[in-house]
Design a protein around this ligand. Structure first.
Ligand code: GFB
Length: 315
């Protein structure tokens, strides 16, 4: 795939560099010969327009990767709809308009697979966007992310800017949030299996029925896909970024228990929501652009568990 945008000697701003995705993009960019810029909360609160625009005017990056977002698992999304809608809209608006004002011609906006209708055809092609109602537990976050990708399209159309969007599937890996109330399923289940093993508990609790299917992509694969798109893609339509396979949450739980070494039983908390039944994305488009993921799920869980042991677990 020919390079549309060379990163060599360019100034690339990774917005959200302390988050799981942003940190992975920083690691991935280290071998690209570019200057990596970051924007900590101490320098600018990205939900504040004036602060964001002043910081971007000062940094004058050649390109921006928008990894900054208010993110969380199914319960956090369902409990804080206003926060998820407001903060994500504000961050996107401030970064995209701020980028335009600062003369930034290249921008990669990151969304999520929850932008697609709850009952979209599987695997979900990019063209399924806005063809049906959203999953209620995360429609607020989804609406914000749809607005973000539409902003990138609108800025391309009106101002001729090379702004693009990527929609990653459920991500996991080093730097994830392991807080049981706000996290996604992967870090929650790693923590639960580990703590049960350490305390000798006989049982761990999984939310919902365990039947929903989810697709998982290691964050280092995601960062690699982001850099690939940044260098090679200049289209109007967003691009799915997934692993190509999914599995039931119950099977994921089983795999995590094997990796962690927890041999007890798994019970279900049916008071917690299942969310969308399935959201496997089609990877045809990114494959045609010359990219595919490398990290197998079991290997990714094992290395994430090691990261958890070294960085989060209490000794
Ligand atoms: O990862 P998760 O929170 O988010 O949950 P979504 C995925 C599935 O795992 C759901 C089940 O069916 C949960 O009920 N699950 C089982 C658990 N046990 C647990 C647990 O202990 N913790 C959690 N968190 N889940 C999010 C969206 O949806 O995915 C966001 O809300 C975003 O907007 C993100 O799109 C990628 O996959 O359901």
């Amino acid at each position: 795939m020919s390079e549309f945008f060379s990163l060599k000697a360019k100034k690339i701003l990774v917005a959200g560099h302390r988050g799981m995705v942003g940190a992975a993009v920083v690691r991935r960019l280290a071998s690209e010969g570019c200057e990596i810029l970051t924007l900590g909360r101490d320098k600018a609160d990205l939900t504040r327009q004036a602060e964001t625009e002043a910081a971007l005017a000062d940094l004058k990056p050649d390109a921006i990767v928008m990894a900054a977002a208010k993110v969380g698992g199914i319960l956090a999304n369902d409990t804080y709809p206003a926060t998820f809608l407001y903060e994500n809209l504000a961050i996107e608006t401030n970064l995209i308009e701020g980028a335009r004002r600062a003369g930034v011609t290249r921008f990669l906006m990151l969304g999520s697979s929850c932008i697609y209708p709850k009952l979209a055809p599987q695997p979900i092609p990019e063209s399924a966007l806005l063809t049906g109602p959203l999953e209620p537990t995360n429609e607020w976050y989804a609406i914000a992310k749809i607005a973000g990708l539409k902003m990138a399209q609108a800025y391309r159309r009106q101002y001729g800017l090379s702004y693009i969007s990527a929609m990653p599937t459920n991500l996991y890996g080093p730097g994830d949030n392991f807080d049981l109330n706000s996290s996604h399923v992967m870090p929650a289940l790693i923590r639960k299996a580990h703590e049960a093993k350490m305390s000798g508990a006989k049982e761990i609790v999984m939310w919902g029925t365990g039947t929903p299917l989810r697709e998982f992509l290691h964050v280092d694969d995601c960062a690699d896909g982001i850099v690939h798109l940044l260098k090679t893609y200049d289209g109007d339509e967003h691009v799915n970024l997934g692993s190509g396979t999914d599995l039931p949450i119950g099977d994921l739980m089983q795999m995590i228990c094997e990796v962690v070494g927890f041999n007890g039983t798994i019970s279900k908390d049916l008071s917690k929501p299942d969310g969308t039944p399935r959201k496997l994305m089609s990877g045809d488009k990114i494959k045609s652009l010359g990219w595919q993921p490398k990290i197998a799920l079991r290997d990714g869980i094992a290395s994430t568990y090691q990261w958890f042991l070294q960085n989060v677990a209490q000794p």
